[in-house]
Write a protein that binds this ligand. Structure first.
Ligand SMILES: [Fe+2]
Length: 209
């Protein structure tokens, strides 16, 4: 007689722990702070890092970024994305490849760096919001981040991730799948504000067989 042993991978463990946390904690501020160490464990797993070498490169197209979609929870709605910025992207002019300052609309997001270094910029809005196509923003932070570091982006917080010439990989946990609704965009040079769809969601296996 043979017995079947189910071996859980790091993604299974992450999903189980996140579902358990979301089941017992409904306050989003507490929930998303408590999720940090759960994501930290996923980022620290050597099998995730080695699997990420097989993930396809995310290619921005038609004004939209691309995210890999590893998982969407059927009950709580949270989504697990990958973001790979490979050699093709790094070779281009940085002005063309870096996203505009933006927000994630109503979503909570944990942005965790898995591999490489990049810069995370943060800004706050300082105008009176009286004009629909205008926003003044002031840069508040500009930090170099590397493997294991996690940035919590709350609803409507303004930020962007900027390449510094290194190939980078991030794992992003969102309170819901992005891409199907508009997010705010900000140009600090001209004070233009506009909205457009979030990243295209490309289904992908976190552990390709
Ligand atoms: Fe973002």
């Amino acid at each position: 007689m043979s017995t079947t042993v189910k071996v859980e991978n790091a993604l299974d463990v992450f999903v189980a722990e996140t579902r358990e946390l979301f089941g017992r904690e409904s306050d989003p501020e507490v929930r998303w702070e408590l999720l940090r160490p759960v994501l930290a464990k996923l980022l620290a797993d050597p099998e995730v890092l080695s699997a990420s070498k097989e993930w396809p490169e995310c290619i921005p197209a038609e004004g939209r970024a691309e995210n890999l979609l590893f998982y969407e929870d059927p009950d709580f709605g949270f989504a697990i994305n990958g973001l790979t910025k490979g050699p093709g992207r790094i070779a281009h002019d940085r002005a063309q490849i870096n996203p505009h300052m933006h927000d994630h609309a109503h979503l909570y997001t944990l942005y965790g760096v898995l591999d490489g270094h990049e810069k995370i910029e943060r800004a706050v809005r300082v105008d009176d919001r009286s004009r629909s196509d205008y926003a003044e923003v002031e840069r508040t932070a500009d930090s170099l981040v590397g493997p294991g570091e996690i940035d919590l982006v709350r609803p409507y917080e303004i930020h962007r991730d900027v390449t510094v010439g290194e190939v980078t990989v991030a794992i992003i946990i969102r309170s819901a799948k992005g891409g199907g609704f508009n997010q705010g965009r900000y140009d600090p040079e001209t004070n233009r504000y506009w909205e457009s769809l979030g990243p295209r969601q490309t289904p992908c296996e976190m552990f390709p067989s």
